[in-house]
Design a binder for this molecule. Sequence first.
Ligand SMILES: Cc1cc2nc3c(=O)[nH]c(=O)nc-3n(C[C@H](O)[C@H](O)[C@H](O)COP(=O)(O)OP(=O)(O)OC[C@H]3O[C@@H](n4cnc5c(N)ncnc54)[C@H](O)[C@@H]3O)c2cc1C
Length: 392
Amino acid sequence: MLERGEVANTWRRERWDSLRLLTPNWLSRLPGHRYDGPEPDGYMTTREVVEFIEDFAAVSRAPVRTATNVTSVRRVDGGYHVTTDRGDVRCRTVVLASGACNLPAVPQFAAAVPASVEQLTSLDYRNPDQLPDGGVLVVGASATGVQLAAELRRSGRRVMLAVGEHVRLPRTYRGRDVLWWMHVSGVWNQRYDEVDDLTRARRLPSPQLVGTPERATLDLNALAAMGVELVGRWAAVREHRALFSGGLRNVCSLADLKMRRLLATFDAWARTDGSEAEVVPPEHSAPTDVPKSTRLELDLARGEIRAIVWATGYRPDYRWLDVPVVDAKGQLRHEAGVLDSPGLYALGLPVLRRRKSTFIHGVEDDARAVVDHLARSLAGRPAPSADTVSIP
Ligand SMILES: Cc1cc2nc3c(=O)[nH]c(=O)nc-3n(C[C@H](O)[C@H](O)[C@H](O)COP(=O)(O)OP(=O)(O)OC[C@H]3O[C@@H](n4cnc5c(N)ncnc54)[C@H](O)[C@@H]3O)c2cc1C
């Protein structure tokens, strides 16, 4: 295992200070290793995630070579030639587990923002003290954006939040963590080949959730109540002016509708599975309360906003991969983690094999299936073709 930094590198270096997992502790598990502390319903801090992964590396005796940056992987006779900054490796197979969130996805018009406004991405953001005094525009209202907007607002700043397509979820539903419902109802276990629109599912933003000891919901209503100004999707910059979409109400109605549908799925599951007695009666979340008219533009040169935090998502970085398996959008082309190059595999990508694939607890099933395919191909046994990989 080659790692350019340390074990749990992204959790050490690429997360903001206050971040806690949005997945509850009981869901934090890796093959043969699970949270066994006193707060199964709590949410780990990043320091605790680092310890959890370090412990796993120790008990699984993972042969990790840290401080080893892979600078090229290319196909050669009988396998792959891997170049690193600490020597080369020849191998028959390679599993790409380099992460889905290596680079920030920032729109091109960011280059047209006046220099007087400081810009940073969620990969660089650590805490409010890092930003110049004054107002902040947070762009993106998925898990990262809503969490940073709330933290910046609590620090006493004026905060504007540009909201595009998002996934709204309550933290708890009928007395249980909403991710308990995702887990037990089987929604998270849905296979990639059962998903209606796989391309869309793989691009779906993370849900508006935060892990706090109070198990608070952090949706747009909560942010508006804190005094965060909601604006539509940031569409362009024209002559120092940020132009926002006027479609915020529609975007919010759609998110409300999708949330209600998902919660109805949970209700149906509780009725048919007989778990009705374990949960309290259904609750109804108020619709997102969007002002009739929202601001459509902002003069970035006027000083109202001194900083922009881009929370517009992440993308993987395969600049070091010299095998033609990356599509025009920079994503790996794969079928359930099997790439179209013999002996090349991937893990840790959104909806790789199941909806839960991108989460910490999602890797176990995926790893088992991918490694099974890999072992068969190494043993010279007819490996199932990529599109018929058996899914346990
Ligand atoms: C802000 C944020 C919050 C998240 N919150 C949660 C959560 O609450 N719960 C949850 O289950 N999941 C969460 N996730 C998803 C989470 O990142 C994954 O579940 C988990 O970290 C994925 O692990 P990974 O090893 O696949 O990828 P990563 O954690 O991205 O690790 C990839 C590793 O590969 C190394 N690497 C990359 N390129 C190279 C190279 N060329 N050479 C050598 N090494 C390289 C990197 O240094 C890194 O250590 C979150 C993600 C983000 C970005």
